[in-house]
Write a protein that binds this ligand. Structure first.
Ligand code: VG1
Ligand code: CO
Length: 543
């Protein structure tokens, strides 16, 4: 088979962000663009000769095109075999599982996660390594460096493969197997959770609404919730993956999953509601009449995980991203295990999970997961909740109230200011960074600053240091504001302001979050000059 060497030039490969390369579809459609990035990845992968590579995506527009390109390029680059999900579909956690289960050297995960899809929307490519997790920073930086010098990409001349037909074909001397996207993942879930107990609860009349948001989890949810667990047909809503997610943002938050939220707050609410995002790694949890913040969900799952068979031996540790609330820290303390605080992005959990230092991880951005794969996992989180409720036989609301009565409550919200001019956002961060040293002991309304810093993380396993991971302002009494810029957007800059207030057990545990955070919201503007820098008087999205 002839390997074709296609001349090219360096391109805008984007400095490594929170989660791979994300751009508009139109950018990926430019001649050489996707190919340049994929070749930059392959040039960095050591030991690819004869190795197994996994390729799959969330089914968004342009997914199939890039898969065909990547398959031909993998053949030209000497890989031995490629595994592809049927129809090009693999949720991010399912891709992570396939990489681990089949001993692949790594995988290309094609997704822009919760960002909208379609010809004028977003696409993304992420490389995951052999542990199934996102490539660590030293690899994403090497990939980026390669994009600045790349001068050729390699491919073979071969027709497109049939992505819908399960089975093995040959492309340029390399074998390509199209596998069932769901089977291995569903089997893993059955190994971790007590499906009989959950099925019994469903048989007993417990009802579930799962919104797949017309994104990748539809086939997984149909098979697991309706097929294996016996929830009624119709339990899974928006369960067919669409290339444009039905024109919605497949972002499971209270803004984009409002229909589910309204249902769960209504008299007609089922017992439990949940949703997942574009690529299936996020989760939204809403009990009947109660939204559970992702930070609380992490803490509540950690406190009860031992009730599921996969975690019956207890947890080795908990890890959370820095902006995630400290609710999980109190659980770790009670369990006598470590709680690690990492920078934003799942890649920072990989070493802790591999080293057996943490079992459960979570992020405030609706990400929860465990050492079963090396990505966050939306359906996994829903199943762990269901398993816990099936054993404890209480509604989600009672479980939450019981948790707060024991550990206290971390009132929490994230305010996002989207599509800001990059200059203005950078100016805000620069000015605040310079002001940090003078903040301690200053008062902002009733709040007094206890400490302020720019978060830097030293990985306890390999010692690598990641600096500038967000600005923290800590107040006396345990309240906190964090400021950071998003690393996943494709338009201008997004400022995220994370607000947290701790109320100890015995304090005010059933108040409305906006009321409890009002002083912090005012302090955030006083400290960072949000209105002055951005001209915005209110956030675009509150989650
Ligand atoms: C956001 C979230 C972060 C998450 C990342 C990827 O990043 O805040 O917690 O890990 O998205 O999520 P940022 O840099 O925009 O704040 V997703 O579901 O890509 O895979
Ligand atoms: Co996602």
């Amino acid at each position: 088979m002839t390997i074709l060497t296609m001349p090219t030039t360096p391109f805008d490969g984007q400095k490594p962000g929170t989660s791979g390369l994300r751009k508009k579809v139109k950018v990926f459609q430019q001649p050489n663009y996707s190919e340049n990035f994929i070749q930059s990845v392959f040039d960095v992968v050591e030991g690819k000769e004869g190795a197994l590579l996994v390729i799959g995506g969330d089914g968004r527009f342009h997914n199939r095109t890039v898969i065909q390109q990547a398959v031909r390029m993998a053949a030209a680059n000497g890989f031995g075999k490629v595994l592809v999900g049927q129809g090009g579909i693999l949720s991010t956690p399912a891709a992570s599982n396939v990489i681990r289960q089949y001993g692949a050297i790594g995988g290309l995960v094609l997704s822009a996660s919760h960002n909208p899809g379609g010809p004028d929307e977003d696409f993304g490519i992420k490389y995951n390594v052999s542990n199934g997790g996102p490539a660590p920073e030293k690899i994403t930086e090497a990939i980026y460096d390669r994009t600045t010098t790349i001068d050729r990409w390699l491919t073979v001349e071969a027709a497109d493969i049939d992505l819908d037909a399960i089975g093995t074909v040959e492309v340029g001397g390399m074998s390509v197997e199209v596998i069932d996207s769901v089977a291995d993942y569903a089997a893993l879930m059955e190994a971790l959770f007590d499906f009989d107990a959950i099925r019994g609860m469903a048989d007993g009349g417990f009802t579930l609404a799962f919104d797949a948001m017309s994104a990748v989890t539809g086939p997984y949810a149909h098979e697991i919730f309706e097929g294996r667990l016996g929830f009624a047909p119709g339990t899974v809503r928006n369960g067919t993956p669409l290339e444009d997610f039905g024109h919605h943002h497949p972002d499971p938050n209270l803004v984009h999953a409002k229909e589910l939220y309204d249902l769960m707050m209504s008299a007609a609410a089922p017992d439990f509601g949940a949703a997942s995002d574009g690529d299936g790694d996020r989760n939204l949890i809403i009990g009947k009449g109660i939204f559970i913040t992702p930070s609380d969900s992490l803490a509540m799952l950690a406190a009860n995980a031992h009730l599921a068979k996969g975690y019956a031996g207890g947890l080795k540790g908990i890890a959370r991203s820095m902006p995630t609330s400290a609710a999980a820290d109190r659980v770790a303390e009670a369990l006598g295990i470590s709680c690690f605080e990492t920078p934003t992005g799942w890649k920072f959990f990989g070493n802790l999970l591999d080293a057996g230092m943490a079992t459960i991880c979570g992020e405030e951005s609706a990400g929860t997961g465990s050492d079963h794969v090396r990505e966050k996992d939306g359906i996994w989180a829903v199943l762990l909740w269901l398993n816990i409720l099936a054993i404890r036989q209480v509604p989600a609301k009672a479980l939450a109230q019981d948790h707060w009565a024991r550990f206290g409550r971390n009132y929490y919200a994230r305010h996002d200011y989207e599509a800001l001019s990059t200059d203005k956002a950078n100016a805000l961060i620069a000015e605040l960074t310079a002001a940090l040293p003078a903040l301690p002991a200053t008062a902002h309304g009733p709040l007094v600053v206890a400490a302020a810093d720019s978060f830097s993380y030293a990985d306890p396993v390999d010692g690598s240091v990641s600096a500038n991971q967000g600005l923290r302002v800590m107040f006396e009494g345990g309240s906190r504001i964090v400021f950071r810029l998003s690393g996943t957007g494709t338009e201008g800059a997004t400022l995220r302001v994370y607000l947290e207030r701790y109320e100890p057990a015995g304090g005010t545990l059933d108040a409305e979050t906006p009321d409890m955070l009002a002083d912090l919201i005012a302090a955030a503007d006083a400290i960072a000059g949000i209105v002055r820098h951005t001209g915005r008087t209110a956030p675009d999205v509150v989650t």
